[in-house]
Design a binder for this molecule. Sequence first.
Ligand SMILES: Cc1ncc(COP(=O)(O)O)c(C=O)c1O
Length: 405
Amino acid sequence: MTDFAQAFARRTRLRGGDELTAILAGSPPGVLSMTGGFPNPATFPTDELDEIAARLVREDAAVALQYTPCAGIASVREYLAERQEQLQGRRPESGELIVTSGGMECIALTCQALIDPGDTIAVEAPTYLGALMAFAGAEADVVAIATDEDGLRVDALAERLAAGPPPKFLYTIPEYQNPTGRTLPLDRRRALVELCRRHGVLIFEDVAYRELSFDGSSLPSLWSLAPDVVLQAGTFSKSFFPGVRLGWAAGPAQVIAELAAAKQTTDQCAGGLGQRLLEEYGRAGGFERHLPAARALYASHWAALSAALTRHMPEGADWTEPAGGFLTWVTLPEELDARAMRPAAGAAGVAYVPGAPFHVGDGGRNTLRLSFSHLTETELETAVERLAGVVRGALEQAPAGPLAR
Ligand SMILES: Cc1ncc(COP(=O)(O)O)c(C=O)c1O
């Protein structure tokens, strides 16, 4: 058999491990999986989709089944612009928004448009694994900025900007962050946009979970505060359904034009059928009808998970308190290694994502990410009971904690 390894591009060795592939593949039967940030299928509006899809194929095939303009179907872009105005208080101008094939494509287009090998970009630590892999694959020099319980530490970014040449951009997820579930408060949002404006640094804002606050509230997006320095990546994967593979990029026209040009070399256009489905669903009030129930579902799942963690996890374990989204971030006693615990977790019938891959370089060994979106409340209770048993087992085997060492 011919070995093609020497033909592979350098970026294939830079991307990182197979964590995302494993998450998307799902868990074996019998394992209660808290891995993927997958929306709960109960939130999929199947009846409405059934009706709209049939109608589009019948009456709008020439548009919905055809290639579309690179930037998206004009009426869909118009709808998305109206939606930005309704939800974020600002309407993008015509060159300031394009339709993308999901949030991940927006990240990939941004890499293509902005990163030359060796360019420095900044991320919060920890951050979304898919973005980290894309940035590494683009051969960026990724610098991690410290976070605390309120998300990105703007003072740490200010120090970094004062110390050296600015990064090409800062990638940040301001609400219900992946992986920590944390949200950046308003005062930090204002300070962040002011700082980046002063230094001429583009902010790359990922709003993947923004519409899924538990109580329906939201803070101003960074893009709405500073459309001159913010590129926003949005996705309909969490609020509509991921099978549609749709999202958007909104930002300065100059940047958006480069993303649109880059899209000519990826898929050329997002799927027309999905675009028209989204537009018809949205214009008919689908989001207003369905999102409140989705928010309530995720809020009650979080309540169940939070109660189970409190009930079962051993002393020394701690976790974040998200106000929306799908994720919480667990910190275990320092002597534990969440990656090394994984086989025992699999044997006990529970799965999570270890925290280390969400970091640049080392860090996060004793952390893990839990998703509460798709297991039932009863399953979450059982899953945490199993996880707590695995943690206790690892504690018994681990060398004693720092005080005893
Ligand atoms: C923070 C964040 N950004 C982007 C994405 C990717 O979104 P999409 O499924 O639309 O590609 C995800 C998916 O989980 C995410 O969590």
